[in-house]
Design a protein around this ligand. Structure first.
Ligand code: ZN
Length: 296
Protein backbone atom coordinates (compact mmCIF):
# COMPACT_ATOMS: atom_id res chain seq x y z
CA UNK A 1 0.00 0.00 0.00
CA UNK A 2 1.14 3.58 -0.68
CA UNK A 3 2.57 5.61 2.14
CA UNK A 4 0.06 7.85 3.89
CA UNK A 5 -0.08 11.51 2.89
CA UNK A 6 -1.17 13.61 5.85
CA UNK A 7 -2.41 17.06 4.95
CA UNK A 8 -2.65 19.53 7.84
CA UNK A 9 -5.75 21.69 7.42
CA UNK A 10 -4.50 24.22 9.92
CA UNK A 11 -6.99 27.10 10.00
CA UNK A 12 -9.73 27.53 7.35
CA UNK A 13 -11.81 30.38 8.86
CA UNK A 14 -11.91 28.87 12.34
CA UNK A 15 -12.07 31.16 15.37
CA UNK A 16 -10.14 30.65 18.60
CA UNK A 17 -13.08 30.42 20.97
CA UNK A 18 -12.89 26.60 21.08
CA UNK A 19 -9.16 26.08 20.55
CA UNK A 20 -6.67 28.98 20.79
CA UNK A 21 -4.05 27.18 18.67
CA UNK A 22 -5.61 28.17 15.31
CA UNK A 23 -2.86 30.08 13.42
CA UNK A 24 -3.78 33.40 11.83
CA UNK A 25 -0.66 35.51 11.21
CA UNK A 26 1.99 34.64 8.58
CA UNK A 27 4.45 33.82 11.40
CA UNK A 28 1.96 31.55 13.12
CA UNK A 29 0.98 29.81 9.88
CA UNK A 30 4.62 29.16 8.89
CA UNK A 31 5.52 27.94 12.37
CA UNK A 32 2.48 25.65 12.46
CA UNK A 33 3.35 24.25 9.02
CA UNK A 34 6.86 23.44 10.24
CA UNK A 35 5.64 21.71 13.40
CA UNK A 36 3.13 19.71 11.36
CA UNK A 37 5.93 18.69 8.96
CA UNK A 38 8.01 17.49 11.92
CA UNK A 39 4.99 15.54 13.18
CA UNK A 40 4.47 13.74 9.85
CA UNK A 41 2.44 16.00 7.55
CA UNK A 42 3.57 16.28 3.93
CA UNK A 43 1.04 18.92 2.79
CA UNK A 44 -0.23 22.06 4.52
CA UNK A 45 -3.50 23.74 3.58
CA UNK A 46 -4.07 27.27 4.83
CA UNK A 47 -6.17 30.39 4.44
CA UNK A 48 -4.57 33.81 4.90
CA UNK A 49 -6.15 35.71 7.78
CA UNK A 50 -6.16 39.34 8.85
CA UNK A 51 -4.96 40.36 12.33
CA UNK A 52 -8.46 39.89 13.74
CA UNK A 53 -8.78 36.49 12.04
CA UNK A 54 -11.12 37.64 9.29
CA UNK A 55 -10.55 36.31 5.74
CA UNK A 56 -7.73 38.00 3.82
CA UNK A 57 -7.18 37.80 0.06
CA UNK A 58 -4.17 40.01 -0.60
CA UNK A 59 -1.73 38.25 -2.96
CA UNK A 60 1.22 39.85 -1.16
CA UNK A 61 0.06 38.27 2.10
CA UNK A 62 -0.12 34.82 0.45
CA UNK A 63 3.34 35.41 -1.03
CA UNK A 64 4.70 36.33 2.40
CA UNK A 65 3.19 33.22 4.02
CA UNK A 66 4.47 30.85 1.31
CA UNK A 67 7.97 32.31 1.47
CA UNK A 68 8.00 31.86 5.24
CA UNK A 69 6.78 28.25 4.98
CA UNK A 70 9.40 27.41 2.32
CA UNK A 71 12.17 29.01 4.39
CA UNK A 72 11.40 26.70 7.32
CA UNK A 73 10.62 23.31 5.73
CA UNK A 74 9.97 21.30 2.58
CA UNK A 75 6.26 20.72 3.28
CA UNK A 76 4.06 20.86 0.14
CA UNK A 77 1.90 23.97 0.02
CA UNK A 78 -1.82 24.13 -0.72
CA UNK A 79 -3.34 27.59 -0.24
CA UNK A 80 -7.03 28.31 -0.72
CA UNK A 81 -8.32 30.22 -3.72
CA UNK A 82 -10.37 32.39 -1.41
CA UNK A 83 -13.44 30.43 -2.43
CA UNK A 84 -16.84 32.13 -2.23
CA UNK A 85 -15.53 34.92 -0.02
CA UNK A 86 -13.57 36.33 -2.95
CA UNK A 87 -15.78 38.91 -4.63
CA UNK A 88 -16.19 39.50 -8.30
CA UNK A 89 -15.52 37.51 -11.43
CA UNK A 90 -15.33 33.81 -10.52
CA UNK A 91 -12.73 33.10 -13.21
CA UNK A 92 -10.52 35.75 -11.61
CA UNK A 93 -10.25 33.61 -8.47
CA UNK A 94 -7.34 31.75 -10.08
CA UNK A 95 -5.39 34.94 -10.78
CA UNK A 96 -3.60 35.16 -7.39
CA UNK A 97 -2.34 31.58 -7.81
CA UNK A 98 -0.98 32.41 -11.27
CA UNK A 99 0.82 35.43 -9.85
CA UNK A 100 2.31 33.34 -7.04
CA UNK A 101 3.34 30.62 -9.52
CA UNK A 102 5.68 32.94 -11.42
CA UNK A 103 8.29 33.01 -8.63
CA UNK A 104 9.71 29.74 -7.24
CA UNK A 105 9.88 31.42 -3.81
CA UNK A 106 6.11 31.91 -3.76
CA UNK A 107 4.86 29.13 -6.05
CA UNK A 108 2.42 26.77 -4.29
CA UNK A 109 2.24 23.05 -5.11
CA UNK A 110 -1.55 22.72 -5.30
CA UNK A 111 -4.61 24.86 -5.97
CA UNK A 112 -8.12 23.66 -5.15
CA UNK A 113 -10.77 23.05 -7.79
CA UNK A 114 -14.21 22.46 -6.27
CA UNK A 115 -15.73 20.41 -9.07
CA UNK A 116 -19.29 21.80 -8.94
CA UNK A 117 -21.66 24.21 -7.22
CA UNK A 118 -23.38 23.66 -3.90
CA UNK A 119 -25.59 25.34 -1.26
CA UNK A 120 -23.40 26.14 1.73
CA UNK A 121 -25.92 27.49 4.20
CA UNK A 122 -25.06 26.83 7.82
CA UNK A 123 -27.67 24.94 9.79
CA UNK A 124 -27.96 25.23 13.56
CA UNK A 125 -28.79 21.71 14.67
CA UNK A 126 -29.38 22.94 18.25
CA UNK A 127 -32.14 25.42 17.36
CA UNK A 128 -33.14 23.58 14.17
CA UNK A 129 -32.89 26.74 12.05
CA UNK A 130 -30.74 27.85 9.14
CA UNK A 131 -28.28 30.67 9.79
CA UNK A 132 -28.46 31.70 6.13
CA UNK A 133 -30.59 30.62 3.21
CA UNK A 134 -28.99 31.93 0.02
CA UNK A 135 -25.31 31.03 0.23
CA UNK A 136 -24.28 29.21 -2.94
CA UNK A 137 -20.69 28.23 -3.74
CA UNK A 138 -20.67 28.69 -7.50
CA UNK A 139 -18.13 26.87 -9.68
CA UNK A 140 -19.37 26.74 -13.26
CA UNK A 141 -17.88 24.23 -15.67
CA UNK A 142 -16.51 27.13 -17.71
CA UNK A 143 -14.73 28.51 -14.63
CA UNK A 144 -13.31 25.10 -13.71
CA UNK A 145 -12.07 24.47 -17.25
CA UNK A 146 -10.44 27.91 -17.14
CA UNK A 147 -8.75 27.06 -13.80
CA UNK A 148 -7.51 23.70 -15.09
CA UNK A 149 -6.22 25.21 -18.31
CA UNK A 150 -4.45 28.05 -16.52
CA UNK A 151 -2.89 25.70 -13.94
CA UNK A 152 -1.58 23.48 -16.73
CA UNK A 153 0.66 26.38 -17.80
CA UNK A 154 2.32 26.31 -14.33
CA UNK A 155 3.83 23.71 -11.99
CA UNK A 156 0.81 24.06 -9.65
CA UNK A 157 -1.27 20.87 -9.61
CA UNK A 158 -5.06 20.83 -9.30
CA UNK A 159 -6.48 19.51 -6.03
CA UNK A 160 -10.04 18.38 -6.74
CA UNK A 161 -12.51 18.98 -3.92
CA UNK A 162 -15.45 16.57 -4.19
CA UNK A 163 -18.51 17.49 -2.11
CA UNK A 164 -20.69 14.67 -3.41
CA UNK A 165 -20.87 12.06 -6.14
CA UNK A 166 -21.99 14.61 -8.76
CA UNK A 167 -18.71 16.43 -8.16
CA UNK A 168 -16.86 13.14 -8.57
CA UNK A 169 -18.52 12.51 -11.93
CA UNK A 170 -17.51 16.01 -13.08
CA UNK A 171 -13.95 15.32 -11.87
CA UNK A 172 -13.85 12.05 -13.84
CA UNK A 173 -15.09 13.87 -16.94
CA UNK A 174 -12.23 16.35 -16.51
CA UNK A 175 -9.75 13.45 -16.34
CA UNK A 176 -11.32 11.69 -19.32
CA UNK A 177 -11.24 14.88 -21.42
CA UNK A 178 -7.64 15.60 -20.46
CA UNK A 179 -8.39 18.78 -18.49
CA UNK A 180 -6.94 17.16 -15.34
CA UNK A 181 -3.92 14.85 -15.68
CA UNK A 182 -3.21 11.66 -13.76
CA UNK A 183 -2.02 10.98 -11.15
CA UNK A 184 -4.90 13.08 -9.86
CA UNK A 185 -5.41 14.16 -6.27
CA UNK A 186 -8.94 14.46 -4.88
CA UNK A 187 -10.34 15.40 -1.50
CA UNK A 188 -13.52 13.56 -0.45
CA UNK A 189 -15.41 16.17 1.54
CA UNK A 190 -17.53 15.23 4.50
CA UNK A 191 -19.17 17.83 6.76
CA UNK A 192 -20.64 18.04 10.24
CA UNK A 193 -24.29 18.51 11.20
CA UNK A 194 -24.14 22.30 10.85
CA UNK A 195 -23.23 22.17 7.15
CA UNK A 196 -25.46 19.63 5.42
CA UNK A 197 -23.90 20.33 1.99
CA UNK A 198 -21.66 17.28 1.64
CA UNK A 199 -21.57 13.65 2.71
CA UNK A 200 -21.80 13.06 6.47
CA UNK A 201 -18.58 12.17 8.28
CA UNK A 202 -19.55 8.55 8.82
CA UNK A 203 -18.56 5.14 7.43
CA UNK A 204 -21.50 5.35 5.04
CA UNK A 205 -20.62 8.92 4.00
CA UNK A 206 -17.10 7.83 3.11
CA UNK A 207 -18.21 4.60 1.44
CA UNK A 208 -20.63 6.54 -0.78
CA UNK A 209 -17.69 8.69 -1.91
CA UNK A 210 -15.13 5.93 -2.49
CA UNK A 211 -17.62 3.73 -4.36
CA UNK A 212 -17.35 6.22 -7.23
CA UNK A 213 -13.56 6.49 -7.35
CA UNK A 214 -12.60 4.06 -10.15
CA UNK A 215 -9.78 1.69 -9.17
CA UNK A 216 -8.41 1.61 -12.73
CA UNK A 217 -7.66 5.33 -12.62
CA UNK A 218 -4.50 6.75 -11.06
CA UNK A 219 -6.35 8.77 -8.43
CA UNK A 220 -5.21 9.45 -4.88
CA UNK A 221 -8.04 10.36 -2.56
CA UNK A 222 -7.82 12.07 0.78
CA UNK A 223 -10.67 12.38 3.27
CA UNK A 224 -11.70 15.33 5.43
CA UNK A 225 -14.56 16.24 7.77
CA UNK A 226 -15.23 19.96 7.94
CA UNK A 227 -17.18 20.81 11.08
CA UNK A 228 -16.84 17.28 12.39
CA UNK A 229 -14.47 14.91 14.14
CA UNK A 230 -12.47 12.84 11.63
CA UNK A 231 -10.73 10.70 14.28
CA UNK A 232 -13.30 7.85 14.33
CA UNK A 233 -12.77 7.37 10.57
CA UNK A 234 -8.97 7.32 10.60
CA UNK A 235 -8.52 3.52 10.89
CA UNK A 236 -10.93 2.98 7.99
CA UNK A 237 -9.19 5.55 5.76
CA UNK A 238 -5.74 4.19 6.60
CA UNK A 239 -6.72 0.57 5.92
CA UNK A 240 -8.49 1.45 2.64
CA UNK A 241 -5.42 3.17 1.20
CA UNK A 242 -6.77 6.71 1.38
CA UNK A 243 -4.92 9.75 2.61
CA UNK A 244 -5.91 12.04 5.49
CA UNK A 245 -6.64 15.77 5.61
CA UNK A 246 -7.16 16.91 9.18
CA UNK A 247 -6.63 19.87 11.47
CA UNK A 248 -7.98 22.68 13.60
CA UNK A 249 -9.48 24.37 10.55
CA UNK A 250 -12.18 21.70 10.59
CA UNK A 251 -12.72 20.82 14.26
CA UNK A 252 -11.31 21.92 17.63
CA UNK A 253 -10.47 18.34 18.74
CA UNK A 254 -10.89 19.17 22.44
CA UNK A 255 -10.45 16.12 24.70
CA UNK A 256 -10.20 13.70 21.78
CA UNK A 257 -6.48 12.89 21.71
CA UNK A 258 -4.64 11.05 24.51
CA UNK A 259 -2.66 13.21 26.97
CA UNK A 260 -3.52 16.58 25.41
CA UNK A 261 -6.81 18.32 26.14
CA UNK A 262 -6.40 21.29 23.78
CA UNK A 263 -4.23 19.98 20.93
CA UNK A 264 -2.23 21.92 18.39
CA UNK A 265 -2.37 21.07 14.68
CA UNK A 266 0.93 19.22 15.13
CA UNK A 267 -0.55 17.15 17.98
CA UNK A 268 -3.36 16.03 15.66
CA UNK A 269 -0.89 15.19 12.88
CA UNK A 270 1.29 13.29 15.34
CA UNK A 271 -1.70 11.31 16.56
CA UNK A 272 -2.63 10.46 12.96
CA UNK A 273 0.93 9.43 12.03
CA UNK A 274 1.30 7.30 15.17
CA UNK A 275 -1.96 5.51 14.44
CA UNK A 276 -0.93 4.83 10.82
CA UNK A 277 2.42 3.40 11.86
CA UNK A 278 0.75 1.22 14.49
CA UNK A 279 -1.39 -0.18 11.66
CA UNK A 280 1.69 -0.90 9.54
CA UNK A 281 1.33 2.03 7.14
CA UNK A 282 4.29 4.40 6.96
CA UNK A 283 3.83 8.13 6.51
CA UNK A 284 5.01 9.90 3.34
CA UNK A 285 7.61 12.66 3.43
CA UNK A 286 6.88 15.69 1.25
CA UNK A 287 9.22 14.38 -1.48
CA UNK A 288 7.53 10.95 -1.37
CA UNK A 289 4.12 12.63 -1.55
CA UNK A 290 5.33 14.71 -4.50
CA UNK A 291 6.36 11.54 -6.33
CA UNK A 292 3.04 9.80 -5.60
CA UNK A 293 1.07 12.82 -6.80
CA UNK A 294 3.13 13.39 -9.93
CA UNK A 295 4.75 16.67 -8.92
CA UNK A 296 8.25 15.53 -9.88
ZN1 ZN B 1 -9.67 25.61 2.91
Amino acid sequence: MNKLIIEARINEYAGREHNPHVPWSPEEIAETATHCREAGASVVHFHARADDGSPAHDVALYADIIQRIKALSDILIHPTLGAFTHDGDTAARIQPILELAVDPQTCPHFAPLDMGSVNIDAYDSATKTFRSDEAVYINTTKTLLHFAEQLSTTTVRPYASLWNVGFTRQFLAFIESGAIAEPAYASLIMTGDDLPAAHPGTDQGLDAHTAFIPKERNIHWTAMNHGGDLLPLLPKIISEGGHISIGLGDWAYIDTIPYVSTPTNADIVNHTATLARSMGREVATPSEAATLLGLD
